[in-house]
Design a protein around this ligand. Structure first.
Ligand SMILES: CC(C)(COP(=O)(O)OP(=O)(O)OC[C@H]1O[C@@H](n2cnc3c(N)ncnc32)[C@H](O[C@H]2O[C@H](COP(=O)(O)OP(=O)(O)OP(=O)(O)O)[C@@H](O)[C@H]2O)[C@@H]1O)[C@@H](O)C(=O)NCCC(=O)NCCS
Ligand SMILES: Nc1ncnc2[nH]cnc12
Length: 290
């Protein structure tokens, strides 16, 4: 069963990818309980963010996704790198809209980057008259971001962001590496977990929670690294993998295990913000044919 059956709507391609990007952000923040993250239950490991701030952030970001699609379409016949050059200013302007809505708090910087890339990729595919499916979208994103890690991390002069510093310190490539890989973590550890959980009869919510755990178990999340160092990253990855290994884990026992995990992450100030963004990307891609 795919999401279209849950939506009771025609399959994917009638759906607008810009709307799906915003919906992915909503679906992510509404999902509860998420370890260390803001949700309807608590603020996770964050003292400067809450559910309402995330809703304001999404409302400010949502209108910009259509612009990413338009830029992709306008540059569809040019080299993919030209699309990246065209959308970077849009992303930076969108980041400013987010900061205006959040009073300067970084709620969705990574989300804007990842979901903005998929909107741009869809615009390119539409402009080239090519089919839009999961594989085509991920390949197009990878083409748009080709060489980004080398240019922006390996041969970068001064360190301006947390991600750039973490690359220097640990060699992790963060959101850029994930994008340049065509979102391999989502393709390998997100979408198959979603399909298997839905087909096994898990609810959409429990399926998304299992997707989040799988992403956390495999994603070198720079947010966790920045807050908990390598020790914190290994702790988070192992904890998520351990819960996923429990068979037929549903209902109140599953929920309680996640609440316990949330408490453990809060006690260690761990927040898998990168995996939260990849969950939104998984939701977006799940609405398209493989
Ligand atoms: C290319 C950019 C992403 C540059 O940003 P940066 O150099 O900082 O790169 P990263 O650290 O690699 O990633 C930035 C954000 O991306 C998310 N992320 C982290 N790891 C991964 C991963 N492995 N895969 C995918 N995404 C990842 C994460 O974003 C989420 O977490 C943030 C909220 O959590 P929090 O802990 O609160 O974060 P902070 O506020 O930084 O910490 P505290 O101060 O609270 O302790 C939030 O951003 C979530 O989205 C990483 O934070 C990109 O920013 C860029 O170049 N933008 C320019 C314009 C643009 O976007 N263009 C459009 C497309 S090209
Ligand atoms: N729900 C959430 N909590 C904290 N950081 C996030 N980044 C993206 N979604 C998030």
């Amino acid at each position: 069963m795919t999401i279209s059956a849950i939506r009771n709507e025609p399959f994917i391609h009638e759906l607008n990818i810009a709307e799906l990007a915003a919906e992915g952000m909503y679906r992510e923040v509404i999902l509860t309980p998420k370890p260390g993250l803001v949700d309807r239950h608590n603020n996770g490991s964050h003292t400067d963010m809450d559910f309402n701030l995330f809703m304001s952030s999404i409302a400010a970001i949502a209108p910009w996704f259509a612009l990413f699609v338009a830029k992709g379409r306008q540059t569809a016949k040019q080299e993919p790198r030209q699309t990246l050059l065209a959308i970077r200013p849009v992303g930076l302007a969108c980041e400013q809209a987010m900061f205006r809505a959040t009073g300067g708090i970084n709620t969705h910087k990574g989300g804007i980057f990842s979901l903005g890339l998929f909107c741009s990729a869809a615009g390119r595919l539409k402009g080239k008259g090519e089919v839009i499916n999961r594989g085509a979208l991920c390949r197009e994103v990878s083409l748009i971001c080709a060489g980004m890690v080398s240019r922006e991390l390996k041969h970068n002069g001064d360190v301006k962001t947390k991600g750039e510093q973490l690359f220097r310190d640990y060699g992790f490539t963060g959101a850029r590496g994930e994008a340049e890989s065509g979102f391999a973590t989502v393709r390998i550890h997100g979408l198959p977990v979603w399909e298997n959980a839905i087909n096994a009869g898990y609810s959409p919510e429990e399926s998304l929670l299992r997707v989040l755990l799988s992403l956390m178990a495999h994603n070198p999340d720079t947010n966790i690294l920045a807050r908990g160092d390598l020790k914190g990253l290994r702790y988070a990855q192992r904890y998520a993998a351990r819960i996923l290994r429990i068979k037929h884990f549903t209902g109140s026992r599953f929920r309680q295990a996640l609440l316990n995990m949330d408490n453990a992450f809060i006690a260690r100030n761990l927040s898998p913000g990168g995996s939260a963004d990849l969950l939104a990307v998984t939701w977006l891609l799940a609405n398209f044919p493989a």
